[in-house]
Design a binder for this molecule. Sequence first.
Ligand SMILES: [Cu+2]
Length: 343
Amino acid sequence: MMRNLSRLFLPLLIALAPLPAFAQTDAPIAAPVETVTTAPVPTATPQFTAPTAGIGQPGGGIQLQTPVTPIGVEAQYLANGVLNPLMAATSVFVLILLAWTVFRYRAAANPVASKTSHNTVVEVVWTLVPVLILVWIAVPSFRLLANQYSPPKADITIKAIGHQWYWEYEYPDQGGFSFDSVMLTDAESAKRGSPKLLDTDNRIVVPAGATVKVLTTAADVIHSFAVPSFWVKMDAVPGRINETWFKVDRPGVYFGQCSELCGTKHAFMPIAVEVVTPARFAEWVAAKQAENGITPEAAVPAAAGQAPPVTGAAPLPAAPGVTAPAGNVTTPVAAAAAPTPAA
Ligand SMILES: [Cu+2]
C-alpha cells in the first residue's frame, strides 16, 4: 500500500519541486544589494528619441519582433521561411496519415487482421526523408550560427554589466565612462512615450551603421543581455566576459530585457538601446566625457580599433571612470566617435 502511494506521489513531488524557487520574495542573497534610485527624467524630450510602435518592442502578437540587424533578418528567414513551413507541412501530413489509417484500417472494415511485419520500401523512405529534411534545416542553420559568431570588425565596444537589478554600461573606447541604467516608472515611461517596464533612465547610445561589440558580465548572479529585435541574447556571468554584437542602420529606440532568472526583480531590469546618427553620438560622448571629467585626448580612439582583449581573468566589475593609458595616438573626439561607414 505504502509503495503504491509513494509511487503515485513521487513523480508529483518531483514535478512540483522547482516551485518553491519561484516563490521567493525577499530571500537573502549572497551579494549585497545596492539601493537604486531612478535618476530624474529630463523633460527636454529631444534628448530621448521616441520609440516607434511595432519596432524594437513587443507587438502583442505571436510573431517575432521585426528584425533590425543583418543577423535578425537572416534568423527571421530561418524561422518563417524554413522552420515554420516545414513544421506546418509535417503536422498536416502526419494528421492526414493518422486520419486515413484510423478510417481505412478500422476493425469493422477489417475483420481479419493484417499480419504484415515489415515493408522495405516504406522503411527506406521514412529514414531517407527525415535525413533530407534535417540537411535542409542544417544548411541555413549552420550558416546563421557561423555569421553570428564571426562578426565584422567592431567600430565601438560597450560593456554590459548585470546587477541585481539593473544594468551598468561602460564605454572603454571613449575613455571608460560608465553609468547605471535603471527602469523607469510607468509615469516616467508615459512621459517619454515608451512602453511600460521597458525604458530606462539612461539608455545605451550607439551610432547608426556601426558594428557594436557587446561584452557581457555580471557583478552578482547570472543575468542575460537580450534585445529581441537585434537577435541578441548573451548570458552575463560573474567572473567571465562573453561577447556578442549588433549593427543597426536605422536610428531609433530598441528595447530588451534581462533573460536569465536572476532574483525577485528579474523582470524589472530592462535594456534600452538608442541608435543615433554618428554626429549625435559624438555629441553624446563629448557630454558624457565632460560629465565624468575625461579629457577627449585621454580617450582611446575608436578608429584605431583598439578593442580591449577578451579574457576570462579580467577584474570584475571594472572600475567606472577609468581613463585609458596615456601615450596612445589621439584623434579628435568627433572622428574617434564616428564609426567607419558600413561596408
Ligand atoms: Cu538579471
